[in-house]
Write a protein that binds this ligand. Structure first.
Ligand code: SF4
Length: 305
């Protein structure tokens, strides 16, 4: 069986979700899912920014972006530019990365979602709406960290990037939005040390897509105003073979595999899992249809893998 942290997270959250996503691929994606695809592609590309934008464009050609409040085209452009600037910055901080290849585990294949740097250190990148220790701890408790520790047997550097709240189809943060002045024209984000003047009425919000600013220029302006450091947090998650949490994860993995094989579309709903940090479960049109739905009648929303 092919095992991955995301499959195990799906199974943990809802057996029905795991079974259906194993057989069907949604024809739509949330902006968060598209952003992850862009950033993860950019991290391993020779040209991180270009790789990120290309991955977002390719995903947008395959699936529809669900961007409430924005046209599909504007939403894809917004996500692509955000993925670009995040990838360029993360590569500056972490250096060149490669995806961890498949690993054999107990007769199964583990598909890792981690990245390896030049010194062989493992990295996991998460995108979070605001700085929150509870969110980071909850991620560290999931298969994306604990499962990877159990299989790869190596410590993981967990890096959280604060990308802001999603409102009106856009992410609101310094990565996407700055302040500009009609006369001074400069791009600003916050008051600098010793600058007591603040921003007068003339300063206006500007989205990056409304400017011709490159990712590099945008990052330079963020750095000048001292807002880059606060947007990134890294924590080391250690590995020890005797750690009871890792031993328990290894044992659980072995026990869960046969149960995963039995999951089906008829497995009971897990209603608390229908909306989580990554956004609404894509299978809501199936589970939450007032008239009742089968996957065949939802062919515009799902295709067979
Ligand atoms: S919508 Fe809810 S019940 Fe249905 S598959 Fe998703 S998580 Fe499970």
């Amino acid at each position: 069986m092919i095992l991955s942290a995301s499959a195990l997270d799906d199974f943990d959250a809802c057996e029905r979700k795991y079974a259906l996503l194993h057989g069907y691929e949604p024809t739509f994606a949330s902006s968060t899912a598209m952003l992850y695809a862009g950033v993860e592609a950019g991290l391993v590309d020779v040209l991180p920014g270009e790789g990120a934008k290309q991955a977002v464009r390719e995903m947008a050609a395959r699936v529809d972006l669900e961007a409430k409040g924005l046209s599909g085209l504007s939403g894809v452009r917004h996500v692509g530019l955000l993925a670009e600037v995040l990838s360029v910055h993360l590569r500056r901080v972490l250096g060149p990365l490669e995806r961890v290849g498949d690993v054999s585990f107990n007769g199964h294949t583990w598909q890792s979602g981690l990245f390896r740097d030049k010194s062989s250190a493992l990295h996991k990148i998460i995108l979070i709406p605001h700085q929150d220790d509870d969110i980071i701890r909850s991620v560290a408790h999931r298969w994306g960290v604990v499962g990877e520790l159990a299989v790869l047997k190596q410590e993981i550097m967990l890096t959280a990037v604060v990308i802001g709240q999603s409102r009106g189809g856009r992410r609101h943060s310094h990565w996407t939005k700055g302040l500009t002045h009609p006369v001074q024209k400069s791009l600003r984000f916050a008051r600098r040390n010793g600058d007591k003047s603040g921003f007068t009425k003339g300063w206006q919000d500007v989205w990056r897509e409304q400017t011709q600013t490159t990712a590099e220029q945008w990052l330079t302006a963020m750095e000048s105003d001292g807002v880059l450091e606060e947007a990134l947090t890294s924590r080391r998650v250690p590995w020890r073979s005797s750690d009871a949490r890792v031993v328990s994860a290894e044992r659980d993995l072995v026990q869960l595999v046969p149960r995963m094989a039995e999951a089906s579309a008829e497995s009971p709903m897990r209603r608390s899992a229908c909306d989580d940090l990554r956004g609404p479960c894509p299978l809501q049109p199936f589970c939450w249809s007032a008239e009742g739905a089968d996957m065949e009648s939802l062919e515009e929303r799902f295709r067979v893998r």
